[in-house]
Design a protein around this ligand. Sequence first.
Ligand SMILES: Cc1ncc(COP(=O)(O)O)c(C=O)c1O
Length: 383
Amino acid sequence: MFDSLIQFVRAQYRTNDFIPLHAPVFLGHERDYVVETIESTFVSSVGAFVDRFERDIASYTGSPRAVATVNGTAALHVALLLAGVKPGDLVVTQSLTFVATCNAIAYCNAEPVFVDVDRQTLGMSPKALEVWLENNAHLDSEGFCRYKVTGQAVRACLPMHTFGHPVELDELMEVCARWGLVLVEDAAESLGSLYKGRHTGCFGRLGTLSFNGNKIITTGGGGMILSNEELGARAKYLTTTAKQPHPFEYVHDELGYNYRLPNINAALGCAQLEQLEHFICSKRELASSYAQALKGSDLQFVTEPEGCRSNYWLNAVICDNKTQRDELLKATNDSGVMTRPIWRLMNHLPLYANCLRGDLSNSEWLSARIVNLPSSVVPEIRG
Ligand SMILES: Cc1ncc(COP(=O)(O)O)c(C=O)c1O
């Protein structure tokens, strides 16, 4: 039933072997830069490539400051701490996300609140955020947003740019400003994605990226915090075990974290970043071929929201129903073409089952229907 799709994918990657969902490609200076770190002996937490990677990411994204971390989850954890999230606070997020988004909230001893996503962007719906706040929150005499029932502070809002497709940032910023919520963007999947010409992750007070092996560029494992200069300096300090600068003494004056990105990983990142625009070009061309191939079929290909440039990190289709979704997953995986369903909703995980939530109809609808298709860069298409 899905033979033509399977043949189409095989034709793109020109192989009869197993096709992964997303594999990294190393076509540039990766080997040279990594060898350079080994020869210099600077393979660990300090080194020239860490500084360069931070500068290069800041310049690419337009963020005033970028601070490298050991992974995207650590970046999110520290970003939330810097957003002022404290134990017992509430942080509004989407239930249609990867578990790291919620885990970072839990690491702060805060609690996630789940609101619905839009069917177009697959990310947080500004309307759903507004409705939840109107029904459940109020501004106290000092202008802080509080949950009506318990008085807990509703401190921050954490949307995620699903598969690289930007959420409706203007509208979300407007709701957050009106309710005094700090906007933090989980841009783990959206490096290279633009909303109205500006890079995702740079609209909120803080944004975070991931360079895990399955992302559009990889450092093996790694992440980045995007922020202004002042918060960036705090991020650097907190992720470096809260160590005060000193020529030789070890002075740590608050609880810090060893969340630094090793230089050897940053070397890989610098080489990958040099190729990012080529990767995006390849992925956008692949996405457009998928859209063409699926035209007229009953699988709806997910395209970038209006006014955005998506990096098309992971291509996705929306099936008619769950039965069709399961058939598609079985047929493709049985044929050695890797596909995956979208994540289980966070409110269906035991860990987060009792969290506060609004109406999640779109999240439920999408989670029963979305399948990710192979999306690795096709080396031959490099822009
Ligand atoms: C939406 C989202 N948030 C956070 C993360 C966490 O990133 P990392 O795996 O680098 O910790 C990922 C990816 O892994 C992700 O997809």
